[in-house]
Design a protein around this ligand. Structure first.
Ligand code: ZN
Length: 327
């Protein structure tokens, strides 16, 4: 039995269909926010590609059973599914690592007729490493499949990207998230309900939220800030922002989360799901007060603030300027 995968049903369907038609791409990229199941999908892809049962992935054959024991982090029992280790600066992949993969790729698989290399979290894969990998991605040996995961598809050079099939990983619905937390991660009903409300359909983030008090506090502040923007409460906006003056990293996280709230407030006018922000209720309060022009202006201000926070501009100044732009 394969444990249920919550959300991303169209992606699962696509993988199974490509397999049943013997049309699996030789290189695939799962891209989307951290915590939305990119590794789970990479493993599902490998399982489907290597399954020897009737309806891939069957969950019963030897290959499937080995992959079900793969924890996608440290334990990888299938000899033909290789999670390439991060190396070099910034948790990327060094040129040496990539060269080793290219060399190993020529060797025939151990168990079956395919061999799969998974490069997870490729956001910091530098240009040299990508160029070294280009040839293999372009024309891998017939038994090789390559799987990449990244937050953004533009983590890759255009030359690389044009050789892989990019598949967007989407947030699941609040209900799917709640079920996943309760059924799969054994959270209490109350925790599951609370976390699924604030995590924007990102199960990984929901789990992190339940463990991390800082994140719970940050979520409360983002909700309060969104509410204050909706009501144009100048004092509240400035007060909330000023709490982050002494912590650049937290200030950047607050700004990032605020941007998702703005996005949700706008999206809510058209659809009720596919939300990615931390607090749907306050985004709902903000939604009817927005004009396209105001949203655009706030989004720009938030983006500018985020960039300035990455580039050592004084946190106090950045937040003060942002506060002005949000009124
Ligand atoms: Zn199987």
């Amino acid at each position: 039995m394969i444990p249920e995968i919550y959300g991303n049903t169209p992606v699962l369907h696509l993988i199974r269909t490509m397999r049943s038609r013997e049309h699996l791409p030789h290189a695939v990229l799962f891209f989307g926010q951290r915590g939305m199941g990119r590794r789970t999908l990479a493993r599902y892809f490998a399982m489907t590609a290597l399954c020897t049962g009737d309806h891939a992935p069957c969950g019963e054959c030897l290959s499937c059973r080995k992959l079900l024991m793969d924890d996608m982090r440290d334990v990888h029992p299938h000899p033909d599914v290789i999670w390439v280790e991060h190396s070099g600066k910034k948790r990327g992949f060094s040129v040496d690592t990539v060269r080793a993969v290219c060399k190993d790729a020529i060797v025939a698989p151990n168990d079956g007729d395919r061999k799969i290399y998974i490069f997870a979290d490729c956001d910091n894969m530098d240009i040299r490493a990508q160029n070294t990998l280009l040839k293999l991605t372009e024309e891998p040996p017939p038994h090789v499949l390559l799987v990449f995961t990244a937050e953004h598809r533009n983590a890759f050079l255009v030359t690389m990207l044009s050789r892989m099939m990019p598949i967007a990983v989407r947030p699941c619905t609040t209900e799917e998230c709640r079920k996943a937390l309760e059924e799969q991660h054994k959270c209490t009903a109350a925790d599951a309900a609370r976390a699924s409300q604030v995590c924007g359909g990102n199960i990984g983030r929901a789990l992190q939220y339940l463990e991390d008090e800082d994140m719970q506090e940050m979520t409360r502040q983002v909700a309060a800030l969104t509410e204050a923007i909706a009501k144009r409460q100048q004092y509240h906006i400035l007060h909330i922002l000023s709490r982050y003056e002494s912590d650049r990293q937290k200030a950047a996280e607050l700004v990032r989360m605020l941007d998702l709230q703005l996005r949700d407030a706008l999206v809510m006018r058209y659809v009720k799901d596919n939300l990615t922000g931390a607090d749907a209720a306050s985004a709902g309060t903000l939604s009817p007060t927005l004009t396209a022009a105001r949203t655009e202006q706030m989004h720009r201000a938030v983006q500018d603030a985020y960039a300035a926070l990455q580039a050592s501009v004084s946190v106090r100044l950045v937040l003060a300027a942002l506060g002005g732009a949000l009124l």
